[in-house]
Design a protein around this ligand. Structure first.
Ligand code: AMP
Length: 286
């Protein structure tokens, strides 16, 4: 396994791999890897000859009051996990190289970047779209794997790839959870034991919403209200949003026909957690 820090070296290496007739799978991450990331890597590994994982905590997607400074970082631990997962190249660029002095070009995916997390993290998806486009140009992948855990992010990336005619297949991968249901996240390490317990209300409320839909409830407002009540009952929780919306456009729904996206963001103590699920009228959901 190779660790590449230099952006030009990464580009040259990617070009050489392509010229040798091999395909490249890419998994962009911010590091502090967990089983969710490793599942994405396995999906990439199966689909291409060379697997590249980037580890880059992207300053452009954090707001001024967010956790950019304290975001967990441990390259040694991540490298060992990547090696075990059969990663060929870790790309670990420096922020000064990605955003050199004078940098001023950004990508804005207009509608999909608004609503849900976009309303609470202004500029976040602009930062995400920009860095992913740049990483695509540096790593030159044939396909890239993203988690459905960050549903809106995946929608934004798919839109960007379609709108800019990027010749890259985007693979969405289901959310990987702890055995008790908590969606895996690098930010889970911020939670103390009591908060960790409260955080279980997120996945529990998604299951509750699925049950409601299955039992005949079709009104987004009533589903959202029930989810809010379940989460609010837990100590240290503060809801940012709970929204039933269209799974493709992410726009508001007046009524659920067959299926919908239920997305939520909740602060548990100081930690911001997100989760989502496609809820369907059919038994079992998804
Ligand atoms: P991050 O390092 O949090 O930026 O995440 C990197 C990639 O891993 C993104 O595509 C995420 O959607 C994905 N990811 C994060 N957590 C999970 C999870 N629990 N299950 C599946 N994918 C995940």
């Amino acid at each position: 396994m190779e660790i590449i820090n230099d952006i030009h070296q990464m580009q040259k290496k990617a070009e050489a791999v392509r010229n040798s007739g091999k395909t490249i799978a890419f998994v962009p991450t911010m590091g502090y890897l967990h089983a969710g990331h490793l599942a994405l890597m396995r999906a990439g590994r199966q689909r291409a000859d060379v697997l590249v994982v980037s580890i880059f905590v992207n300053p452009a997607q954090f707001g001024p009051k967010e956790d950019f400074g304290s975001y967990p970082r441990d390259l040694d631990r991540d490298s060992a996990l990547c090696r075990e997962a059969g990663v060929d190249i870790i790309f670990h660029p420096a922020a000064e190289d990605i955003y050199p002095r004078g940098y001023q070009t950004y990508i804005e995916v207009e509608k999909l970047s608004h609503g849900l997390c976009g309303d609470f993290r202004p500029g976040h998806f602009r930062g995400v779209a920009t860095v992913v486009a740049k990483l695509f140009h540096l790593v030159k992948p044939h396909l890239a794997v993203f988690g459905q855990k960050d549903y809106q992010q995946l929608a934004v990336i798919r839109r960007m790839v379609a709108d800019l005619n990027l010749d890259i297949e985007i693979v969405g991968y289901p959310t990987v959870r702890e055995t008790d249901g908590l969606a895996m996240s690098s930010r889970n390490t911020y939670l103390n034991a009591a908060e960790r317990q409260s955080a279980l209300a997120l996945s529990r409320s998604l299951e509750q919403a699925q049950q409601m839909l299955q039992e005949g409830e079709r009104a987004p407002g009533r589903i959202e209200q029930a989810v809010r009540e379940t989460i609010s009952r837990e100590p240290a929780t503060e809801i940012e949003y709970v929204r039933v919306c269209h799974p493709d456009s992410l726009s508001e729904l007046k009524w659920v026909e067959n299926s919908a996206l239920l997305a939520l963001a909740v602060r548990v103590g100081k930690t911001r957690l997100i989760d989502n699920r496609i809820i369907t009228t059919k038994p079992g959901g998804e």
